[in-house]
Design a binder for this molecule. Structure first.
Ligand SMILES: C[S@@+](CC[C@H](N)C(=O)[O-])C[C@H]1O[C@@H](n2cnc3c(N)ncnc32)[C@H](O)[C@@H]1O
Length: 290
């Protein structure tokens, strides 16, 4: 079943958290000249026109409580948001926020072309939805550094690991609309780490029901018990009746050693910008770094 369309949610509070962390990881990878490979198991359409709706259906608006708030406050944003906001700005050069880059487009902003005949940084993106895959292919048409594949991202990632670069980042960002996403996640990450033990792996999860999220997180961090980080952001109390998502998080396995410090610097400001109900104690950061 492929009913999920990321366009409805693009640029919301969960995207902001996820893409800020991704930008920080890739900025760190760029501190060394050796090329890296980025694998996006659930890539989405790549680029979203804000407020335009998806496929002519309902208008998407979640970005107004997400990236639009950061964009409006960007002149005062702490330096730790520069890499992320510059990646968003690259798609909005006139200064009006009209387009929002999804994870593959953010990652592409950080990818360096090869120098002196050497290959540059590479992206491998998996997307199953036919229309979102078509949009993704159009976005990267003719781009020799990006491969787009319409196959299943959990299984497909194993076919491209380990990358020749031996430096790499894997983003796993399923819709969690079907139970299979929860069931497949842990074995898939374990298999990826068996093939590519040094990978930095980012797994996004919604905090819909606290117990389920805690169980998922516990099992994820156990895949790298001595070298992981967890970050969560809550923008409002859990919704009455359980509909809607007011909190989400990421587990990062083998994070760059500077990541926890960088996130610590930015989270209080980010939580203040994105809170939808005043007085939220809105963020969590836990790290165990090797
Ligand atoms: C949360 S969205 C991805 C958003 C994107 N990572 C970003 O941050 O911009 C999840 C995407 O996964 C796709 N999808 C669902 N199951 C998949 C699978 N097994 N393999 C690859 N893509 C899948 C959906 O069509 C959807 O576009």
């Amino acid at each position: 079943m492929l009913s999920y369309r990321h366009g409805f949610h693009a640029g919301n509070h969960a995207d902001v958290l996820k893409h800020w962390v991704l930008a920080e990881v890739l900025a760190y990878f760029n501190e060394k000249p050796a090329p890296w490979t980025y694998v996006d198991t659930h890539a989405g359409a790549g680029l979203y026109r804000l407020g335009a709706g998806v496929g002519g259906a309902q208008a998407s608006h979640e970005f107004r409580e997400g990236i639009a708030r950061l964009w409006a406050a960007r002149a005062k944003a702490p330096a730790v948001f520069s890499a992320y906001l510059e990646a968003v700005a690259a798609f909005n050069p006139a200064g009006r926020l009209e387009l929002y880059p999804g994870s593959p487009a953010i990652a592409r902003q950080f990818a360096r072309s090869g120098a002196r005949g050497k290959g540059g940084d590479r992206l491998v993106c998996f997307e199953r939805h036919p229309r979102d895959f078509a949009a993704l292919e159009r976005l990267f048409a003719g781009d020799a550094q990006v491969r787009c594949l319409s196959s299943d991202g959990f299984a497909g990632a194993l076919q491209v690991l380990p990358p020749p670069s031996r430096r790499g980042v894997i983003l796993i960002d399923p819709p969690y609309e079907v139970r299979g996403d929860y069931v497949r996640l842990i074995p898939a990450v374990r298999a990826m780490l068996e093939k590519f033990p040094q990978a930095t792996v980012l797994v996004w999860y919604p905090r819909l029901r606290r117990v389920e999220a805690e169980e998922l997180r516990r099992r994820l961090v156990n895949l790298a018990p001595e070298d992981h980080l967890r970050v969560e952001l809550q923008v409002a109390p859990p919704p009455v009746g359980g509909r809607g998502m007011t909190a989400s998080g990421l587990v990062v396995l083998h994070p760059p050693y500077v990541l926890a410090q960088r996130l610590q610097e930015g989270l209080p400001w980010l939580a203040g910008q994105l809170e939808e109900a005043p007085g939220q104690d809105g963020w969590v950061l836990e790290a165990k770094i090797a």
